[in-house]
Design a protein around this ligand. Structure first.
Ligand SMILES: Nc1ncnc2c1ncn2[C@@H]1O[C@H](COP(=O)(O)OP(=O)(O)OP(=O)(O)O)[C@@H](O)[C@H]1O
Ligand SMILES: [Mg+2]
Length: 241
């Protein structure tokens, strides 16, 4: 279980997150939504231990969250990779770093689910498309079966069909392996379909946290109603019957 309690984070002298509290049990998904600059990536950086909390605590099963060795899918797909290495080297890095064995057929299965031909891994990051680099980032995050995965807009560079297949692979693996997933997304339809809980961030604070169906039916704050209604009018979310 990931627990964030009364977290505040400063970047320079500015407070970028304040009073953030959440809990994410193993096997569940927390979808984090909110406007650009709201602090979503900052929250991920704090959970990874890359930014030190000014206040509050972040724990995984009572220990510092780093103990979970959380895996990250970065928001900028190519930035996740060493430009000098082929994708295979980078993708396998968590396996090598953790000294764990790669289960037979795992790489092939993940690549098939992500619609990535295996030989794509022989290329460097600048020799693949951004959407391919994004899927390689997902592959690397999941390769070593981590207990906690932080996804920062993992489907943003993918077409609708590939998004659907990739989302399905993530859900299937999560059901089998039971990792906790924190998924930042601008797609409220995806958040509601795949999230157990939805957390809306606004200007560094939690605007609302609710289970996904409750959020879709009865968002509490005016801001969240506006978000929900916009998603319905864009066709990303179904209106309640
Ligand atoms: N390296 C940095 N130094 C100082 N301030 C930063 C830095 N990175 C981000 N910020 C500021 O922190 C706030 C939160 O940024 P963050 O990247 O967490 O937003 P976000 O919700 O992930 O937005 P987006 O949807 O655009 O990715 C913003 O006001 C941003 O300008
Ligand atoms: Mg971000």
């Amino acid at each position: 279980m990931l627990k964030v309690t009364d977290l505040a984070v400063k970047r320079g002298s500015r407070v970028t997150l304040e009073s953030i509290t959440l809990s994410l049990p193993a096997g569940e998904t927390l979808a984090v939504v909110g406007e650009s600059g709201a602090g979503k990536s900052t929250l991920i950086a704090a959970i990874l231990g890359l930014l030190k909390p000014a206040e509050g605590e972040i724990t995984w099963n009572g220990k510092p969250a780093r103990a979970a060795r959380p895996a990250l899918v970065m928001q900028e797909p190519r930035a996740a990779f060493n430009p000098a290495l082929n994708l295979r080297r980078s993708v396998m890095e968590p396996i090598v770093a953790q000294g764990v064995a790669l289960a037979a057929g795992r790489l092939e299965r993940l690549c098939a689910g992500l619609e990535m031909p295996l030989d794509l891994l022989d290329r460097r990051p600048d020799q693949v498309s951004i959407g391919q680099a994004q899927r390689a980032g997902i592959l690397r995050a999941l390769i070593a079966a981590p207990p906690l995965v932080l996804f920062d807009e993992p489907l943003s560079a993918l077409d609708a069909v590939t998004q659907k297949h990739t989302a399905r692979l993530i859900s299937e693996l999560q059901a089998e392996e039971g990792f906790a997933a924190l998924i930042v997304t601008h797609d409220l339809g995806y958040a509601v379909a795949h999230g157990d809980q939805i957390m809306v961030l606004k200007a560094g604070r939690v605007e609302e946290t609710a289970d996904a169906n409750t959020f879709a039916l009865t968002p509490q704050s005016p801001y969240c109603r506006t978000l929900r209604d916009a998603a319905i009018s864009l066709g990303a979310l179904e209106a309640a019957a």
